[in-house]
Write a protein that binds this ligand. Structure first.
Ligand SMILES: Cc1cc2nc3c(=O)[nH]c(=O)nc-3n(C[C@H](O)[C@H](O)[C@H](O)COP(=O)(O)OP(=O)(O)OC[C@H]3O[C@@H](n4cnc5c(N)ncnc54)[C@H](O)[C@@H]3O)c2cc1C
Length: 509
């Protein structure tokens, strides 16, 4: 097998049976970082990615819906099944070389200090304190060129968001993003057409390949192979059969295996490999996210500017809410506008006058992910929303609606089916104070975390503080699944920093 290349498994016509120092499963924010750093440390590393590989030039040509079908897992139609009083929450993830990193809005946060303190204090995970991760944060932020979003990249929609918030005494800050040369095309979630977003396929994988690393796309890993408790490789199939079905066998021998399949798939692979833990697949947090759209008299042209250029943590300490500037390309936005027939036609004519404002909630770990019951590839995710978190979702919607009215919106469309548009403070208060069927509320999750959490011992978690799976040798996890709690902010930099620490630990030992 050639090194220094991305090999498209779907075009291969034979079995793969190879040996490496390290096999990394998954090429997203966690996997690409750990692979890149281990290759730089002189290891022979292979990255196995279930999804396809597209070049930046190809991605730049995809229209949003095409990007979703080709690169979003299940075309973006996966959802967490709500248990009890819980909205059905759409869960979006990437399935391609670069993983979800290719689809981020580029927003970069570190884990808030109070969460680090909780990890190192209440949970006793001393290695997860802010100081312990400082140099890893710095290394990541330098590599992906995190910088403040300039004011000139704010769309009119975002400008309204800032002005309305200011009138309510809510300060907004510029986001920091992993961008270089952003033009403000507002379509980050479908892959940056200018390659300005330094997702891991552009920031870590090129260096990885230059060091002789190998990436095999369309390579589904089905189990980790052990000799006793020592991981010695992985097995699976190339997805080179008809219509992407499993075809040729994939067998990799490796001294170390690093699982980085993301929060929904890492527990499934570990379970299929015989790992048993009461915590495996549990404690999944989602950061339920919501948004309002608001109709203004004049054009807001949300497409003309950076997708997410401002945020506010004004409500973080009191309510666990982070407000973030948002937008959605017009073709997607049109699908979320209320009404049918003539009412819809009227509203669609006004798409250019819609502002879109968003927010996300720091949630309790109410999710459980399990392998699909009929042997299907995709796992099942249940999520029970804590009543406190549902109130936070409602509060987020109310605050966003108030901001919109203060900014001069004529009416606000809340993401609640059947709710008429909100036109006054009183209507927002009524919404906030009335009982609400959670099933009517639209929520989406972009940051699932926590299904193979770190702990001090097997009693508390699935892995130790360096990602090593308890009870095994040579098996590590380096992705969003290891987070002990929700973090309340966007997760890519924290995951990359955690993966950096794990890679440094492995190369030092
Ligand atoms: C639309 C969207 C917008 C986002 N915006 C932001 C943002 O602005 N800022 C931010 O900080 N975060 C954002 N995020 C979240 C961020 O992208 C994720 O937190 C992060 O990428 C997760 O990293 P990961 O390594 O855990 O998983 P992923 O990056 O999802 O990578 C996992 C990879 O493993 C592969 N895989 C799974 N199972 C197997 C298997 N069995 N064999 C082989 N390969 C497998 C998957 O196909 C996938 O490519 C966003 C996410 C999405 C989807």
């Amino acid at each position: 097998m050639k090194s220094g290349e991305i090999i498209q498994g779907r075009h291969l016509r034979s079995h793969i049976d190879e040996s490496y120092d390290v096999a990394v499963v998954g090429s997203g924010a966690g996997g690409a970082v750990v692979a890149g750093l281990l290759a730089e440390a002189g290891k022979r590393v292979v990255v196995l990615e279930e999804g396809p590989h597209y070049t930046p030039e190809e991605i730049a040509q995809f229209r949003p819906t095409e990007s979703m079908r080709r690169m979003w897992r299940e075309a973006g139609l996966q959802a967490a099944m709500g248990v009890g009083k819980t909205p059905v929450i759409g869960v979006i993830a990437g399935r391609n070389v670069g993983g979800s990193s290719v689809h981020t809005g580029g927003v970069c946060f570190r884990v808030p200090s109070e969460i680090h303190d909780e990890w190192s204090g209440r949970l006793g995970l001393k290695q997860l304190g802010e100081q312990a991760l400082e140099s890893a944060y710095q290394a990541v932020e330098k590599r992906v060129q995190v910088s403040e979003t300039p004011v000139h990249l704010r769309s009119e929609s975002t400008q309204r968001f800032v002005e309305g918030a200011a009138k309510l005494g809510i300060p907004m800050e510029p986001t920091r993003r992993n961008m270089s040369g952003c033009e403000g095309n507002a379509r980050c979630n479908f892959g940056c057409p200018k390659q300005a977003k330094l997702s891991v396929d552009l920031s870590y994988l090129p260096g990885f390949l230059a060091k002789g690393g190998t990436v095999i796309s369309d390579a589904l890993v089905e189990k980790v192979v052990f000799q006793g408790t020592q991981a010695v490789g992985v097995q699976g199939h190339l997805l080179n059969g008809p219509l992407g079905a499993a075809g040729n066998l994939l067998q990799i021998r490796a001294k170390q295996v690093i699982v980085a399949c993301g929060t929904l798939h890492t527990p499934v692979l570990l379970h299929a490999s015989g790992i048993r833990s009461e915590h495996l697949g549990r404690h999944v947090t989602l950061h339920p996210s919501t948004r309002v759209s608001a109709l203004f008299d004049e054009a807001t042209k949300g497409w003309d500017g950076a997708l997410q250029s401002v945020y506010s943590n004004h409500f973080f300490a009191s309510d666990g809410i982070t407000l973030v500037g948002a937008y959605s390309t017009v073709n997607i936005l049109a699908a979320s506008v209320p009404g049918a027939g003539p009412a819809f036609r009227r509203r669609v004519r006004d798409l250019g006058k819609l502002g879109v404002f968003g927010g996300l909630v720091h949630d309790e770990g109410g999710g459980v992910v399990k392998p699909g019951p009929f042997g299907q590839r995709e796992p099942i995710l249940w999520y029970r929303m804590d009543p406190r978190d549902f109130e936070r979702v409602k509060k987020t919607i109310s605050v966003l609606a108030e901001i919109a009215l203060e900014a001069g919106a004529k009416e606000v469309f809340a993401p609640v089916f059947g709710l008429p548009s909100l036109k006054s403070r009183q209507e927002i208060r009524n919404f906030q104070n009335s009982p609400l069927d959670p099933r009517r509320v639209e929520c989406v999750a972009f940051h699932p975390l926590g299904s193979a959490r770190m702990g001090r011992s097997k009693k508390e978690g699935v892995t130790d503080e360096f990602g090593q799976v308890f009870g095994t040798q040579g098996l590590f996890v380096a992705d969003g699944s290891v987070f002990p709690t929700s973090i309340g902010v966007n997760s890519q930099v924290p995951i990359m920093a955690m993966a950096t620490r794990i890679a440094w630990h492995l190369s030092d030992n």
